[in-house]
Design a protein around this ligand. Structure first.
Ligand SMILES: [Zn+2]
Length: 279
């Protein structure tokens, strides 16, 4: 599932590729992708003729700002991809559910085998709150820089397992199962340590691990796992999976202490960690 580093990689790619382009036509090939709209026609009418002015990110959501104040919101869900086609003639990947054609400069395509992703157009902000998911997002670990003391205050306000808290989008936006495991490994902290039990040194380690892990993953253009469901705008896989220390490494040696990485299941999710160097 794409998390902050993957979505941020796509945001940066989109910035160079689609800003300034005018939308000529929109084709919806699977209505589930635009399920928040009453019809595919309604979705199309909101976009056609408009120009993309900006690309922002809120947590795992991509926000494509239009010149009239509307926002095209894209959520990749479990398996969604945005793909750039230089020409309409390029062969469409299987599961291409929506196609945006620009007046000049090819297409932007939404591909999503598992169809948990979606696209929708949110009205101009003055029309009211866009959507509750965005209104309640927590701080952004890369954009909203804060002191470790402030982070300590936020952590201490909860009495929750660290992994659950890192994955709570209302606490911090953009972290999912994979990066939560990597961040906690880098911090040397267990998934089930209570957020209000950390020493000042541990808080500093956790904050640094969160920022550095995510920044490094963005630098390496995200993680593509064996299913290769994450691809960038140009169809390329990321590089960060080779740096993973804990995630998906059950039974392998910890790269820090040589103990064996273990996997536990809780709440339907797998957690990978080193029982020796994470306390
Ligand atoms: Zn270890």
């Amino acid at each position: 599932m794409p998390e902050l580093p993957e979505v941020e990689t796509i945001r940066r790619d989109l910035q160079g590729e689609v800003v300034g382009r005018k939308i000529k036509s929109v084709e919806v090939r699977n209505g589930r992708t635009v399920r928040r709209h009453p019809s595919a026609k309604h979705f199309r009418a909101r976009l056609e003729g408009h120009t993309i002015k900006s690309i922002d990110r809120a947590g795992k959501y991509l926000l494509l700002g239009l010149e009239d104040g509307q926002t095209l919101v894209v959520h990749l869900g479990m398996s969604g991809q945005l793909q750039r086609a230089k020409s309409a003639k390029e062969t469409k990947a299987p599961h291409t559910h929506a196609v945006i054609t620009f007046t000049q400069g090819g297409q932007l395509r939404f591909v999503d085998p598992r169809t948990f992703g979606e696209m929708f157009v949110s009205a101009a902000p003055e029309d009211g709150p866009a959507l509750p998911e965005l209104a309640h997002l927590g701080f952004d670990p890369l954009e909203d820089v804060m002191s470790w003391e402030k982070f300590w205050v936020l952590l201490s306000a909860h009495r929750s397992g660290l992994k659950a808290l890192l994955m709570d989008q209302e606490f911090v936006a953009g972290i999912g199962n994979m990066y939560a495991d990597e961040i906690l490994f880098a911090a040397g902290l267990r998934y089930d340590r209570l957020s209000n039990s950390l020493s000042s040194q541990e808080v500093r380690r956790l904050y640094r691990a969160m920022v550095e892990t995510l920044a490094e993953a963005v630098k390496r253009r995200g993680s593509s796992l064996a299913d290769e469901q994450y691809r960038d705008l140009f169809g390329e896989v990321g590089d960060y999976q080779d740096q993973h220390q804990a995630y998906d490494r059950e039974g392998q040696a910890c790269r820090r202490c040589r103990a064996t990485i273990v996997k536990v299941k809780s709440g339907g999710r797998s957690t990978y960690f080193c029982d020796h160097c994470q306390v």
